[in-house]
Design a protein around this ligand. Structure first.
Ligand SMILES: [Zn+2]
Length: 50
């Protein structure tokens, strides 16, 4: 199973893999922050500054 999260610090989208023991290896690969928000699977709008 995998889930989509968003880093609380740098706002990068992070894919989290959950291992067979159900542990979440949650850590932002971009900045190393450990607090991530769960994203919903569908209907997410991304706002990008241009
Ligand atoms: Zn981050």
């Amino acid at each position: 199973m995998a889930g989509s999260y968003k880093c609380a610090r740098c706002k990068q989208k992070v894919e989290i893999d959950i291992d067979s023991e159900g542990r979440k290896q949650i850590r932002c690969p971009y900045c190393g922050h450990r607090i991530l928000f769960k994203e919903r699977g569908a209907g997410i709008k991304e706002l990008k500054a241009q």
